[in-house]
Every structure is written in structure tokens, then in C-alpha cells.
Design a protein around this ligand. Structure first.
Ligand code: VG1
Ligand code: CO
Length: 564
């Protein structure tokens, strides 16, 4: 490269629709590869950072999906031209979402750019995504993403230093002079910092003993499935190299640009392979992670399913199994609004402060930064703590293994004991993917009108032998207790007298069409119900929800595409 590279300003035209959703901007690869599309969005992120951009350090990495490396190359050139001082880039552009969060915090950078569409499929005909995380390591709050979006709507040009070419396959530091300023690209090992953090949180010696077996207990068989996403290298280092699991106890640990053509979403539908292998195999625990490594699914022996809402509650009730929380203490619990109230009961029993926030990890950050939140989760297979500001799939699996090592119980025994103590919050989520947007919007609008009619309150809704009386219904709004910011229209809720709930939301992570999510929850304290199928227990409430929303009439769908 020449000694001093100069940047140029390239005129561009506005691309419509660059509005980040629940978690970043997600679109088809074909949209991102349009002329100037990616460049515009990156330039807008930089402009939104204002004066703080000059000389700053940012982290860049992603889940290894198709178009990731091209995007890193563009970010390097655009960052240099905009006066960024240093980029810390994962080798080959690989960094899991939790690893980016950890690295931002460890090196105290101004933030990071994550190249991921998370659990959405990858490849030339599938999705790509770009997300900005702030200096606390968490997803940018609405105020920042709105600012980025506003800039995209008027952008006239972007700056780029096209002469820069850094080989990101090699761990190395490159110094370049750009427009007379110093610009550095540090390509780092993708897993080192994250593994170090995990070792500071968990008792690796105890986990190793669990996995390898000891005189007291035979080896605990895990089956860890990375779904060809980014967690592969992390799983290899932690489970195989550190904890001594056999290679055969891990699957799909090579990140693939198209995730092997599969949907890298750890749920009972898309991780059915794992479910079947564990069902018929010798495994004590199965775990799967999504494309970018922030989601987790945990199943026990014979594929005993741990609902993510329960997973959160169980971890909350067992934080003393994890050394990190012994050091920090337990400051508070939180869950997203649609997540079941199982964790609320743990909070009440332990006297720990509790928060309910809208869907999306960005709403947990302020509470953590204020020292009021230690552990939180979402029903969408997201669990995490204040060790970083993202949900963390591998962390959740290590948390479960810690609880197992500490208690000597199986996954199922842990759940049974939990229900015996707290009762069971039955929960299910129905996803209707790829509905026509107009139909979905109309359904939501009509449902909102219906439930906001004052006479709706007190209505008795009946199906089969069950009746539910409406206690409250609204379009959920959240006021952040730390900065007072308000998030409106976060989902239609119908709350019943007995604590049961029905919730409707439109997904904010899809790249096209609309996905309707229906969440249904009911609490049972009668032990004879605990081992019932949630679909059976919740059937009357599900029917009520479908009638209330006229979902089939609006969308033509008579069944969901995914049931959790
Ligand atoms: C979904 C989940 C939400 C999660 C978000 C990002 O959002 O419901 O709980 O935080 O995905 O997860 P939505 O708007 O589609 O319901 V991930 O793993 O994509 O970063
Ligand atoms: Co994800």
C-alpha cells in the first residue's frame, strides 16, 4: 500500500427503507449489494456518531455469513476516510454477537459494527444484516438507530479510502496513513477475549469434571450444535479444548456462509436434528445456538425441552451455582414483555428487583449500566447477564452446566424441582411467518381497535370448559426507568383476571413480508398439571386468541409455521 492514501467523497442517492428493526438493519443480500446501499448505511452510522468519531476505536465482526467479508472491506475503507483511528476486526471477519459486546467493553471502544442477520438464513439468495452497538457493548437504543435512519434519508455522499486493502485472514496490526492521519486495523483472534471472559465467570475445573466424569459421577454427555453458525470456533475452544468434550459431542462447528442451507435458529422446528439425535441417543444435554451466537436452546435427556422462559427462571433461582454472581451479587432480573412470568416468581420469592421491558435486547442495557440488572432473558431463546450487553448462547449453556454440576441433578429434575417450588407458567409462541404485510397490519389494527374499546375490559371469553375475564388490554408502552425514554406500540396485550395472557406482535427482524407472533401464557399451581403438554393446557386460550384476532380470516393461515 502507498505510504499515504487519500480518501474521496462519492456522490450517492438515498436508498429507502434503511430503518433498523428489533435488532439492526436486515435485508436480502441482493438489497445490500445494490450500488452504494451498504456504503450509505455505514456512512450514516459514522455520521450519527458525530464528533466522537474522529480518532475513535470500533470493533467489526460478524457471523461469517455470505457478504460478510465484502462488508468488512467496505467498512475499513469508509472508516478510514471518516477519521476513525482504529478498527479491531475479528479474523476472517468472524466474531459472535456476544464476543463483539465483550470486546467493545474490554477495550473500551466507542462501539462496534456487527455483520449479521442472526437467525435468518444466509447465502446469496438469503439475508444479510448490519447492526451498531454502542460503547456499553449493547445494541444501539432507539434514539441512536432513529438518528442513523434519519441520516440515511438525506445522505448525499459517502467518504471512502478505496486504496486500502487489509488481509483480514491474518492476525496482524496494520498502520496506514490516510489523508495524513494515522489509521490502524488490528485483526484479532476471534475467540481469545471471549474465552477469557467465560473463564472469569464460570468454574471451568468443575465443568471439566462434569464433562469428563469423575469417581462420583460418570461423564455428562453433551451434544452441542452450532448450526454452522459463528459459535463453532468458540464451541471448539471451550467445550473440546478447555472442558475436554470429545469432538463427537459437537456438531456443525465449522461456520458456513450459507449455514449449510439451513435456518440457523435454535428452536424445535429448525433444530429438529438435534432434538431427534438427543431423543434417541445417550446425551444428557443438547444445546443449539443461532447464526450469530446470541440465542440458545437447551434440551435434557431424551430431548426434554426447556422453554426459554423457564430457562431464565431456573438460572435466576440458581445463580449461586455461578462464581460470577457470587462476586457481583444479584442486582435484578428482567424479561421481555412476551416472556412468561416464571422469572417474576423467582424475583418475588427472593426479593430481587424485577423489570419488564419491550422485545429486543437493547432495552436491558440501561438497567444493567445503572447497576440494577444482573440476569435477563427473552422467550425467543435469549438469555444473558450483565457480563456483556447482548444475550449469549454459549454463556447460557455454561450456566446450565454449572447448575447441573452444582446440584448433581439432571435437566429434567431441575425443571421438576423448579415447578414444584414455584408452579408452572405454561407458555407457547406461534409464529406465522411470511404473511402478506397488508393483511397482518390490518389484523393488528382491527384487533387494537377491538381491545381498546373500554367495554372490552371485564368481558368473559370462553372456549371449551375454560373462561377468562379480561382484566386489562392495551398496546404495550414502556418508559425506561433510567433515562425516561418511551417506547410505544410494543405489542397488543390482553391480560386476564387469573394472570393468563395473550399477546400479538409483528416481528421486527424479518427482511420481507410480515411475521405475526402470538404468545400465550397461563399459570398453574396444581402439581398434577406440571407434566402436561403445554399445547393441551393452552388450547382454550389459543382458540380464544385466534377468534379474537380473526387471524385465519385475515391471513388465510390455519396453522403457524413454527410452534415453541
Ligand atoms: C426477535 C425476537 C426478539 C429478539 C430479536 C433479535 O425479534 O422476538 O426477542 O430480541 O429477534 O434476536 P422480532 O422482532 O422478530 O420478534 V437475534 O438472535 O435476531 O439478534
Ligand atoms: Co441472534
Amino acid at each position: 500500500m502507498p505510504g499515504n492514501i487519500s480518501s474521496v467523497s462519492v456522490p450517492t442517492k438515498v436508498h429507502e427503507g434503511q430503518k433498523p428493526g428489533t435488532s439492526g438493519l436486515r435485508k436480502a443480500v441482493k438489497v445490500f449489494t445494490q450500488e452504494h446501499y451498504t456504503e450509505n448505511f455505514i456512512q450514516s452510522i459514522f455520521e450519527a456518531l458525530g464528533d466522537r468519531l474522529t480518532g475513535c476505536t470500533l470493533v467489526v465482526g460478524g457471523d461469517g455469513r455470505y457478504y460478510g467479508k465484502e462488508a468488512v472491506a467496505k467498512i475499513i475503507k469508509i472508516a478510514a476516510a471518516n477519521g476513525v483511528g482504529k478498527l479491531i476486526v475479528g479474523q476472517n471477519g468472524i466474531l459472535s454477537t456476544p464476543a463483539v459486546s465483550a470486546i467493545i467493553r474490554k477495550y473500551k471502544t466507542l462501539g462496534g459494527i456487527l455483520l449479521t442477520a442472526s437467525h435468518n438464513p444466509g447465502g446469496p439468495d438469503a439475508d444479510f444484516g448490519i447492526k451498531f452497538n454502542c460503547e456499553n457493548g449493547g445494541p444501539a437504543p432507539d434514539a441512536v438507530t432513529n438518528k442513523i435512519y434519519d441520516i440515511t434519508t438525506t445522505l448525499k455522499s459517502y467518504k471512502i479510502a478505496s486504496g486500502i486493502n487489509v488481509d483480514i485472514s491474518k492476525i496482524q496490526s496494520t498502520n496506514i496513513e490516510v489523508d495524513g492521519r494515522n489509521f490502524t486495523v488490528d485483526v484479532i483472534d476471534s475467540v481469545n477475549d471471549y474465552v477469557e471472559l467465560m473463564k472469569s465467570i464460570f468454574d471451568f475445573a468443575a465443568l471439566k469434571k462434569l464433562i469428563q466424569g469423575s469417581t462420583e459421577r460418570s461423564a455428562f454427555q453433551v451434544l452441542i450444535n452450532s448450526m454452522s453458525g459463528v459459535t463453532g470456533p468458540y464451541v471448539k475452544r471451550i467445550f473440546i479444548d478447555e472442558l475436554g468434550a470429545a469432538e463427537a459431542n459437537t456438531v456443525n462447528i465449522i461456520p458456513l456462509e450459507d449455514f449449510g442451507g439451513l435456518h440457523p435458529d435454535p428452536n424445535l422446528t429448525y433444530a429438529v436434528d438435534l432434538v431427534n439425535t438427543v431423543k434417541n441417543g445417550p446425551y444428557d444435554l443438547g444445546a443449539a445456538f443461532d447464526g450469530d451466537g446470541d440465542r440458545n436452546m437447551i434440551i435434557g435427556k431424551k430431548a426434554f425441552f426447556v422453554n426459554p422462559s423457564d430457562s431464565l427462571a431456573v438460572i435466576a433461582a440458581n445463580l449461586d451455582s455461578i462464581p460470577y454472581f457470587k462476586k457481583t451479587g444479584v442486582r435484578g432480573y428482567a424479561r421481555s414483555m412476551p416472556t412468561s412470568g416464571a422469572v417474576d416468581r423467582v424475583a418475588a420469592a427472593t426479593g430481587v428487583e424485577f423489570f419488564e421491558v419491550p422485545t429486543g435486547w437493547k432495552y436491558f442495557g440501561n438497567l444493567m449500566d445503572a447497576g440494577r440488572l444482573s440476569l435477563c432473558g427473552e422467550e425467543s431463546f435469549g438469555t444473558g447477564s450483565d457480563h456483556i450487553r447482548e444475550k449469549d448462547g454459549v454463556w447460557a449453556c455454561l450456566a446450565w452446566l454449572s447448575i447441573i454440576a452444582h446440584s448433581g441433578k439432571s435437566v429434567e429434575e431441575i425443571l421438576q424441582a423448579h415447578w414444584t417450588k414455584y408452579g408452572r407458567n405454561f407458555f407457547t409462541r406461534y409464529d406465522y411467518e411470511n404473511c402478506a404485510s397488508d393483511a397482518a397490519n390490518k389484523m393488528m389494527l382491527e384487533l387494537e381497535q377491538h381491545i381498546s374499546n373500554p367495554s372490552f375490559k371485564g368481558t368473559k371469553l370462553t372456549n371449551a370448559d375454560k373462561s377468562y375475564v379480561v382484566k386489562h388490554a392495551d398496546n404495550y408502552a414502556y418508559k425506561d426507568p433510567i433515562d425516561g425514554s418511551v417506547a410505544q406500540k410494543q405489542g397488543l396485550r390482553v391480560l386476564f383476571e387469573d394472570g393468563s395472557r395473550v399477546i400479538f406482535r409483528l416481528s421486527g427482524t424479518g427482511s420481507s413480508g410480515a411475521t405475526i407472533r402470538l404468545y400465550v401464557e397461563s399459570y398453574e399451581s396444581n402439581p398434577t398439571t406440571y407434566n402436561e403438554d403445554p399445547q393441551k393446557i393452552l388450547a382454550p386460550l389459543l382458540n380464544i386468541a385466534l377468534q379474537l384476532s380473526k387471524l385465519q380470516e385475515h391471513t388465510g393461515r390455519n396453522a403457524p409455521t413454527v410452534i415453541t
